[in-house]
Ligand binder design. Structure first.
Ligand code: OSB
Ligand code: MG
Length: 368
């Protein structure tokens, strides 16, 4: 495959409701959409860096810089037969995994379209209906949180994740647990605790949670292993896992018992599959995380989450949970059994609506 032209779009999309985590509150979601052209129809990829470096050091502006000045020049007009060859061309850039992931996703979409096969077929997904849940942001009070959760349960979500931060965890999670004693429930701290104040998390250990996601700093595998020793509830790592090597080391250290896989965070779909394969071979449950993606990134997440090792519900919700209007013609709906069906068309199986895309584009660049 010869990539002859690549375009970047910095998008800012209004969320249907503000999303608050331990690292901040947002009413909009930014991303960099990558469009790659070979012979036939173009391929799209989503780089999920946001406007601010709250979840990761990458932002849309750093991704833009790295894509424009380094990654695009390295991959244009090369004869690339596989995503592995694309990654080789990008390997002179250290880090900047979300920038690389956006470009790799566009490459996969192109490959699928040129072969007339869906992304799920290309990577060997075993099922098209993917078990999903919803990630609920920090609310004004435990009561307000219970009401928001009730709304999602009414819509049919059977797995709920609650965002927590120090002082806003035990009462909140207990209130939801009392209201829904049987619900599949988990929490996500986004690195807000340290080993010193992690005793606050002990109050969660009797609530029958599926997992506690990323309680400590992203660069702190060792302290996660010490905390895991003190908890019955499995720790799940998100921010800490940037590669299959990290995943192996975290498991061998006992730093976690579950892994959240996000292709954006780990540099692309190939590395996400490598982490899945490692965990599958070791019987370690994984699930597909989300980053409030548009329909483009959501389609890729659904294909990934169709691999057989994804035994826990993913953070992949229906379009209407995120956006009133999405950039893809396809919308995603929740099935009655709390699943979402992965698209079956070639590549990502979604079509970008040019007019809607224009509405949310802050800036745009085409090379050459
Ligand atoms: O930590 O999982 C996270 C959203 C943005 C950045 C980080 C995270 C999240 C979510 C939302 O939890 C998951 C979704 O896309 O529904
Ligand atoms: Mg997380």
């Amino acid at each position: 495959m010869n990539l002859s032209r690549i375009s970047l779009y910095h998008l800012r999309m209004p969320l249907v409701s503000p999303f608050e985590t331990s690292f901040g509150r947002s009413e909009t979601r930014d991303c960099v959409l990558v469009e790659a052209q070979a012979d036939g129809p173009s391929g799209f990829g989503e780089c999920p860096a946001d406007a601010d470096p709250g979840y990761s050091y990458e932002t849309c502006d750093t991704a833009w810089h790295i894509l424009r000045d380094f990654l695009i020049p390295a991959v244009l007009d090369q004869n690339l037969e596989s995503a592995g060859e694309l990654q080789n061309r990008m390997s002179m850039v250290r880090g900047h995994l979300m920038a690389k992931a956006g470009l790799e996703m566009a490459f996969w979409d192109l490959m699928g379209k040129s072969q007339g096969r869906s992304l799920g077929e290309l990577i060997g997904s075993s099922h098209q209906r993917v078990d999903v849940g919803v990630s609920v942001g920090i609310q004004s009070s435990p009561q307000a949180l219970v009401e928001v959760v009730e709304g999602y349960v009414t819509q049919g979500y059977r797995r709920i994740k609650i965002k927590i931060k120090p002082g806003r965890e035990v009462q909140e999670t207990t209130a939801v647990r009392r209201r829904f004693p049987e619900m599949r429930l988990q929490v996500d701290a986004n690195s807000a605790y340290s080993l010193e104040n992690a005793s606050m998390l002990k109050g969660l250990d009797e609530l029958g949670l599926l997992l506690i996601e990323q309680p400590l700093a992203e660069d702190d595998l060792w302290d996660h292993s010490r905390l895991q020793e003190q908890l019955k509830t499995p720790i799940c790592l998100d921010e800490s896992i940037l590669s299959a090597r990290h995943a192996r080391q975290a498991l061998e250290m006992g730093a976690c018992r579950v892994i959240n896989i996000k292709m954006g965070r780990v540099g692309g779909l190939s590395e996400a599959i490598a982490i899945h394969n490692l965990c599958y071979a070791r019987d370690v449950p994984v699930w597909c995380g989300g980053m409030l993606e548009t329909g483009v990134g959501r389609a890729a997440n659904l294909a990934l989450a169709g691999l057989p090792g994804f035994t826990l519900p993913g953070d992949i919700s229906a379009t209407e949970r995120y956006y009133r209007e999405d950039i893809t013609q396809e919308q995603f709906f929740l099935n009655a059994d709390s699943t979402i069906t992965a698209p079956s068309g070639p590549g990502l199986g979604v079509t970008v609506d040019r007019e809607i895309l224009r509405r949310y584009t802050l800036k745009e660049l085409t090379v050459p």
